[in-house]
Design a protein around this ligand. Structure first.
Ligand code: SAM
Length: 243
């Protein structure tokens, strides 16, 4: 997985924009908005890639706030550091975040969950690091509700994406993986079930572009006990090493 993301890092942003016909900006903007992160707060973006969501979070929390970005692919982090130099960039696995329990006000994950072996473990980690009452927003590909759009989008993923990959990507296999992983990803009710297993309540689904993507918004219940102690924490949020 890491090797594949290393191979596509240089072209990742371009491919995203071309493949989504420019819709990806709107999807990420809406996800950042749904965190309701405010100036002065601490926000976290996991599976941050080249830092596009972290950049939106940084604009929301402002100079008095703080943004952490986590990814396990160094080639992605290199780009993210340039895009958002004010964020603290951490090289880590989403299933083992190097942050203390309850240390962030809001967390996001965009197009990451589908790539993680154990999605419930990753959601549990988000539940652990978000403070009680804090929000978690997950943007991911989904299954359009209308049958014709579902068929068209599956065909698009198999054909247009493959052509784009051959033209633009150094690793076309990565885009075969993309089509397969989108097809295999479960619909919103199952994903909401994962959130509940991870300890979240009141999970809301916001479909976009006819359901081609869906944003899950969940809150860690106020006063909910943490899942466990900090995993690999290295001090308070303010003391975590910036990359
Ligand atoms: C499809 S990209 C999404 C990047 C970004 N969030 C965006 O919206 O463009 C997925 C990212 O998740 C990272 N990733 C995948 N599995 C991960 C894991 N288990 N832990 C940390 N990062 C992971 C990859 O390195 C890659 O940068």
């Amino acid at each position: 997985m890491r090797g594949m993301f290393t191979a596509i890092a240089a072209r990742y942003d371009l491919l995203n924009t071309v493949a989504s016909l420019g819709e990806d900006r709107r999807w990420r903007r809406r996800a950042a908005q749904l965190t309701r992160a405010r100036p002065g707060e601490t926000a976290l973006d996991v599976c941050a890639g080249t830092g596009r969501v972290a950049q939106l979070l940084a604009a929301r929390v402002g100079p008095t706030g703080r943004v952490y970005g986590v990814d396990f692919t160094e080639a992605m982090l290199e780009r993210a550091r340039i895009r958002v130099p004010t964020a603290r960039w951490l090289s880590a696995d989403a299933r083992r975040l190097p942050l203390p329990a309850g240390s962030v006000d809001a967390a996001t994950m965009a197009f990451g969950l589908r790539n993680i072996d154990d999605p419930v473990a990753a959601l549990r980690e988000l539940h652990r690091v978000v403070r009680p009452g804090g929000r978690v927003v997950v943007l991911e590909f989904s299954r359009p509700g209308r049958a014709w759009l579902r068929r068209a989008s599956a065909r698009y993923n198999r054909t247009v994406l493959a052509v784009l990959a051959r033209r633009l990507a150094p690793d076309p296999a990565a885009y075969a993986y993309l089509a397969d992983s989108i097809a295999a990803f479960p619909p919103p009710p199952a994903v909401s079930g994962w959130f509940h297993q991870a300890g979240f309540r009141r999970v809301r689904v916001v479909p976009m572009t006819g359901g081609i993507v869906a944003i899950h918004v969940a809150r860690r219940p106020p006063g909910a006990p943490g899942a466990s102690g900090p995993v690999g924490a290295v001090g308070t949020a303010g003391a975590v090493g910036a990359g």
